[in-house]
Ligand binder design. Sequence first.
Ligand SMILES: Nc1ncnc2c1ncn2[C@@H]1O[C@H](COP(=O)(O)OP(=O)(O)OP(=O)(O)O)[C@@H](O)[C@H]1O
Length: 383
Amino acid sequence: MSDHHHDHEELSKEVQAELERLAECLGQLQDPASGLPLDQLDADIEVGYEDDTVYVGITLGYPCASQEVHWRKRVTEACEPLMKSGPLGGHGLQFELFSDIPATSSANAPEPLRGVKNIVAVASGKGGVGKSTTAVNLALALAAEGARVGLLDADIYGPSLPTMLGTEGVRPHVKEQKFFVPVDALGIETMSLGYLMTEDTPAVWRGPMASGALNQILTQTLWCDAKEELDYLIVDMPPGTGDIQLTLAQKTTLAGAVIVTTPQDLALKDAIKGVEMFRKVSVPVLGIVENMALHTCSKCGHSEPIFGIGGGERIAEEYDTHLLGELPLAQKIRADIDSGRPSVTADPEGEIAGFYREIARKAAAQVWLNASSDEELPEIEIS
Ligand SMILES: Nc1ncnc2c1ncn2[C@@H]1O[C@H](COP(=O)(O)OP(=O)(O)OP(=O)(O)O)[C@@H](O)[C@H]1O
């Protein structure tokens, strides 16, 4: 990355000073996923100069492949005043956006989880709010933004991942007679109890049995080999806030939790329970996703908030967390996921994929913020 590092001694003092001013301007650019300026983040800004060209590299701590064009435009605008005239006047500008995803520490994690940088739970207080649909699209969106992603279907009562990813009937390979090899689907590594169930498996598990089975597939799946780490493992949690959910949150080092809710009052109350449960076990709540927020009529295009307005935002504010995004109640979201090609894969450049990708970047930015605040706590200056 530091190809463009060059001998500063060879640069004139004027050029050097100008490059420093340029870096300062860039530090004030706001990162859209976290809402913070770059100089308040653990972002890397590199500015170099060679052969009449200014090189700018920005490194963010979340996957952001689709954002390079957008950042290039903003970087160009920010640099423009300094490159119109003066020592850099009329020179060229080259820009690159990088991402370097940090790991949330998990030194005492079971062996196969050690190469997983961040485990993120997707939870809901109540069933049927679209938690699995969100988890699957979120995992695919993180991958589309450039991350290596795994997805664990921990919904033991009704594992729906195989249907949603078109992997029904697939059986994972077993390695060394003790590890499951995750199933590669649509570019992500996946594991589900659905892959292991047979017709004889009881449809309703008893509590202890269910959490035992869950713990087993979590810790006995070979999430990554020695060479390549997983940036994120998304866990589609069982609905509710009972014992299983709590056990899972306590047994693993979760980087954070995303809470899915619908705007209905009841679902919102349950979402609050979810937020509180994670807080109790010191798992950071990355934010709330409001699903089925608006209904768009497929005939006339008119949008209506059939379940009410602004609930997710209200909860986010009240509970000091973020509203990561809102998804419309859309026939296409259901049809895509039912056919085994979720919207992020079925129509990667479409509006719905765009919503999920933005949610993914925002959630990942929160993971980054938490990871860097852990590291640098003593260095924080309060002024
Ligand atoms: N935004 C949406 N628009 C339209 N349909 C949706 C949307 N989100 C989810 N659905 C549909 O709603 C149904 C329930 O979704 P899903 O299975 O993701 O919910 P869940 O909360 O995981 O449920 P469970 O509690 O059973 O695990 C599915 O048929 C899904 O396709």
